[in-house]
Write a protein that binds this ligand. Structure first.
Ligand SMILES: NC(=O)c1ccc[n+]([C@@H]2O[C@H](COP(=O)([O-])OP(=O)(O)OC[C@H]3O[C@@H](n4cnc5c(N)ncnc54)[C@H](O)[C@@H]3O)[C@@H](O)[C@H]2O)c1
Length: 324
């Protein structure tokens, strides 16, 4: 099968590599910045497009990968569905739950597979913690605490620094943990969030969520884009029989800086294991496309994650808990 990458920044390049590792052909790379499209296309001898719609409509393309800034996801999902292509969309699924709902409807109407990259579900350490909780190793779970922090992504002009586009660390980054907590502990009941919510471009964002789940588990999640360098993840789940913990600084997790033609830099957590979690999510997606399996994450899950992140931002604005 042949792949088109839409958005050739940090994640576009990473997913091109993962798709190629899975034996797919990267045939088209599109980016609003021509130089970015050309440099991403070069290693694969793919065609570079400045207009993503040209790549999406291209007859030889079977799968469209959407790795553009979050508010642009919907228009490319809609175009890819209309063109009858299967879709791999980066998280957050959309900048609003309404956008996500329209995307789900379009994929359903076109009968194409729509997958959203909630990669934390594929990280081995998160997988192991989930398995231990489900095996009863910690007894009845009571409290889970997560921490995810890295440098402020992008350069001074990057879309990441515009709250309207990225939603800051609360929406863009903590959505990973919001999704994982729901994946492991079920539906949330209410959420309270305190966040810096700075509207002027700044190199600092910090946010804390407290969430009560329907099964009464309490989750606290901290997300920061305040690190001078690197990326750190911590998890702690406490239950009636014990506790399970993970701290990425105790494990040889390496950060990876990705420079793009237009300048932005992103550090994503990389796993020291042989098969990257980013490749494992591709294998899962392909199993679905090829009719061999159902994926670990559905578009509906990704919509719920956006709804939770929206509620977190709403709570931070109102300084009140929000029911979910
Ligand atoms: N799963 C993860 O671990 C992870 C990590 C980082 C980012 N992300 C998500 O991936 C997506 C992309 O993030 P990134 O870090 O690669 O961003 P980036 O800024 O590095 O890259 C975005 C690229 O899209 C291009 N672009 C911008 N607007 C466009 C448009 N309208 N049409 C076509 N191209 C356009 C830019 O020129 C740039 O090359 C975002 O939704 C982000 O939240 C996910």
């Amino acid at each position: 099968m042949n792949v088109a990458i839409i958005g050739c920044g940090g994640m576009g390049r990473l997913h091109a590599e993962m798709a190629a590792n899975c034996g797919l052909r990267v045939v088209a790379c599109a980016d609003a910045v021509r130089k970015a499209a050309m440099s991403a296309a070069a290693p694969y001898r793919a065609k570079a497009f400045e207009n993503p719609m040209g790549a999406i409509k291209s007859k030889e393309v079977d799968i469209v990968v959407i790795t553009t800034p979050t508010p642009t996801h919907e228009k490319y999902v809609l175009a890819a569905a209309k063109a009858g292509k299967h879709i791999f969309c980066e998280k957050p699924f959309g900048r609003s739950s309404l956008e996500c709902k329209r995307s789900i409807a379009a994929a359903k109407k076109a009968d194409v597979k729509l997958f959203v990259g909630h990669v934390v579900r594929y990280f081995h350490e998160f997988e192991a913690i989930k398995a231990q909780i489900e095996s009863g190793a910690i007894g009845e779970a009571g409290w889970v605490k997560l921490y995810r922090g890295g440098i402020y992504p992008g350069n001074a002009k990057s879309w990441f620094r515009d709250y309207a586009q990225s939603g800051g660390v609360t929406f863009d980054c903590m959505i990973h943990d919001l999704d994982w907590v729901r994946y492991v502990f079920g539906e949330p009941k209410r959420i309270f969030c305190q966040a810096l919510l700075r509207k002027t471009p700044t190199q600092l964002d910090y946010s804390q969520v407290t969430m009560r789940m329907k099964n009464d588990v309490i989750a606290t999640i901290i997300g920061t884009w305040a690190h001078p360098s690197g990326f750190r993840v911590k998890v702690e789940a406490c239950g009636s029989k014990g506790m399970v913990q993970f701290d990425s600084s105790d494990a040889p997790v390496s950060g990876e800086a990705r420079k793009t033609a237009s300048g932005p830099t992103m550090i994503v957590p990389m796993s020291p294991v042989a098969v990257s979690p980013y490749q494992r999510e591709w294998e899962d997606f392909l199993g679905w496309v090829e009719g061999r399996s159902v994926p670990r994450v559905t578009a509906q899950d990704a919509l719920r994650a956006v709804q939770m992140a929206e509620a977190a931002l709403q709570s931070a604005e109102k300084r009140q808990p929000v029911k979910l």
